[in-house]
Design a protein around this ligand. Structure first.
Ligand code: SAM
Length: 334
């Protein structure tokens, strides 16, 4: 490999395959563990994050450490790895020793969903939101169920500029099931466009960088994997609380094959739907006969602002949830 590709040379280490065998690290189904053994692929994932030299990189779910090795070779100033499965401690400690002359590798055993970024990244100067991204990167090849759940939590933090985003527009490089990666970036009119597309695109520039075939993993998952970068937007396409936006987008997509007013009217109590449903679309200046996947983020934003204005007029609307047991019973009785 050229010096430009790898900036830091690690001392000779056993291969990841040997370590897996040596420590009997059988992949656990309940943690959806699938390991990457090919250095060219792990290097490519790290390259997708852009330059990380002298950055602090937080890797989620390092497992035996194949992506971690690729990260270290790119000479960041610090790497924090957050791993739930303690069986990987010896292999990560081996890496910690191997790179200690060059950088700090901090091993955090635990669930990424409980990790306190503001504490873990403390000491790093905060960047202005409108400035360049801060020298921090989040990188991870996580189980699909965790990465989808995590991205929603992280988008909320991006919108509130807390957690890893208290430091500025921290970029993310994450893997998803290929279909989920396609949903994240799906533009208006695309058959994959869904709640996740609209939510991601409100707050981030999302890019599906490349696809890793399932056969590259051990054990092989049933699906291919998409590597996605998400860079928080300087100017988000919406400036309303995450909870409000999530509620509106979720309702509109609830009936994705129907006209968008059908899902949206469920935002209101049954007795007000005939009045407030049309009013919502009139205020938003959006064609109520479009299917949800035909709506642009700008149109979704106008629907969210219109809903917010209606809630300001009638604050009890905010708490209305057609799925709450009380309302389901009322609807059945009507
Ligand atoms: N990064 C390694 C690779 O690419 O070969 C391992 C990837 S494997 C798909 C996912 C890793 O995430 C496993 O090591 C698993 O134990 C870990 N993991 C699963 N859920 C996690 C969670 N909630 N928090 C932190 N790590 C988690």
């Amino acid at each position: 490999m050229s010096a430009a590709t790898h900036l830091l040379r690690l001392p000779p280490l056993p291969t990841i395959k040997d370590l897996i065998r040596l420590y009997k690290l059988r992949a656990l189904r309940q943690l959806s563990q699938n390991f990457l053994l090919d250095e060219r692929i792990t290097d490519k994932i790290v390259r997708a994050a852009g330059s990380i030299r002298n950055h602090t990189v937080c890797e989620v779910g390092p497992g035996p450490g194949s992506i971690t090795r690729s990260i270290i070779r790119k000479a960041p100033s610090k790497v924090i790895v957050v791993e739930k499965d303690p069986r990987f401690l010896p292999t990560l400690q081996l890496l910690e020793e191997a790179c200690q002359e060059h950088l700090e590798l901090k091993i955090e055993l635990g669930d990424i969903r409980d990790y306190n970024f503001e504490e873990g990244l403390s000491g790093i100067a905060k960047s202005d939101w409108h400035d360049h991204c801060p020298p921090i990167n989040l990188i991870g090849n996580l189980p699909f169920n965790v990465s989808t759940n995590l991205i929603i939590r992280w988008l909320k933090s991006v919108s509130e500029r807390n957690s890893a985003w208290a430091f500025g527009r921290t970029p993310m490089t994450l893997t998803f099931q290929k279909e989920v990666a396609e949903r994240i970036i799906a533009p208006v009119g695309h058959k994959q466009r869904c709640r996740l597309s609209v939510m991601c695109q409100f707050w981030c520039e999302a890019d599906h960088k490349f696809t890793i075939p399932g056969r590259a993993f051990l054990p092989k998952p049933d699906v291919d994997v998409g590597v996605v970068t998400l860079i928080p937007l300087k100017d988000p396409l919406i400036k309303l609380p995450f909870k409000t936006v999530e509620k509106v987008v979720r309702h509109v997509f609830n009936m994705r094959q129907k006209f968008c007013w059908r899902g949206a009217e469920c935002l209101f109590p049954k007795e007000l739907r005939d009045e407030l449903g049309p009013k919502l679309f009139h205020l938003a200046d959006v064609n109520h006969k479009l299917r949800p996947f035909m709506l642009s983020n700008e149109e979704f934003a106008r629907i969210c602002y219109a809903y917010n204005a209606l809630c300001e007029e009638q604050p009890e609307l905010c708490n209305y949830d057609y799925r709450s047991p009380k309302n389901v019973v009322a609807a059945v009785e009507m």
